[in-house]
Design a protein around this ligand. Structure first.
Ligand SMILES: [Ca+2]
Ligand SMILES: [Ca+2]
Length: 239
């Protein structure tokens, strides 16, 4: 009997040990849809740049605010949060073209506070950074999360997402193959709306960014799906 009890105790202990999360960034820890944990901080940040222009109570000057994701460090503290925020204010005079993670940002109307429409709150540095200026390697999981959750109502399409379901799957590789052999037409939506120079990429199916859509892109999508490395060519942005 004693042996049974000690076995049970050992089992309970083992389950307890494995139940303690190392990183608490599970789906159960997602922010509520209307969470505004960092809104006051963002208002302070924006007012430090343009005093008096933004206020938390007057939401008409912050017309989009959404806390998309909280990332927890191994002490269970939030170390960064992915935030979507837009105001009506356009303080930039260029058409933004950039590729962040796997998302193509092409926008003639960059607005405050984030030209790429999303940014992070870095809790350790207590500051906000536009996604286009973030060093993705410096933030554990950020690129993966942004690829997954960075879509914004028709904005920020994914490279390799040929069927436009906001995910890169084997169906995209198959569809691209069919388009390349001519049994399907390339969808109109494959075209990236704007290019500054001839050497910018021009289609979402150009997964390896070499300005050509061909069988290499199919291979690269398959390698990406298998979590294998694949070569990416250089591309130019507006600058
Ligand atoms: Ca897809
Ligand atoms: Ca290509």
């Amino acid at each position: 009997m004693k042996r049974v009890i000690s076995l049970l105790l050992a089992l309970i202990l083992t389950v307890a040990i494995f139940a303690v999360p190392v990183y608490a960034d599970s789906t159960a820890e997602q922010p509520d849809e209307n969470s505004t944990r960092y809104l006051s901080k963002l208002v302070d940040y924006m007012n430090s740049k343009y005093p008096g222009l933004f206020s938390e109570s007057n939401r008409s000057n912050i017309n989009v605010y959404r806390e998309v994701y909280y990332h927890y460090d191994n002490t269970d503290e939030i170390d960064w949060a992915l935030i979507q925020a837009e105001t009506p204010y356009n303080f930039y005079d260029y058409w933004l073209f950039d590729i962040i993670g796997l998302r193509v940002i092409s926008d003639p109307n960059c607005r405050w506070p984030f030209p790429s429409r999303m940014g992070i709150y870095d809790a350790k540095k207590d500051t906000f950074i536009d996604m286009g200026a973030v060093d993705l390697d410096a933030y554990d999981d950020l690129e993966e999360i942004y690829n997954e959750k960075g879509y914004n109502g028709g904005y920020g399409g994914l490279l390799g997402d040929i069927d436009k379901d906001n995910a890169i799957t084997v169906a995209d590789a198959t569809l691209l193959q069919r388009c390349l052999i001519g049994t399907k037409d390339f969808p109109q939506s494959d075209h990236i709306m704007y290019q500054f120079y001839d050497d910018t990429i021009w289609s979402y199916s150009d997964f390896n960014r070499d300005r050509s859509r061909d069988i290499l892109d199919v291979t690269c999508i398959q390698r990406y799906l298998a979590k294998q490395p694949y070569p990416i060519s250089e591309y130019k942005t507006h600058d």
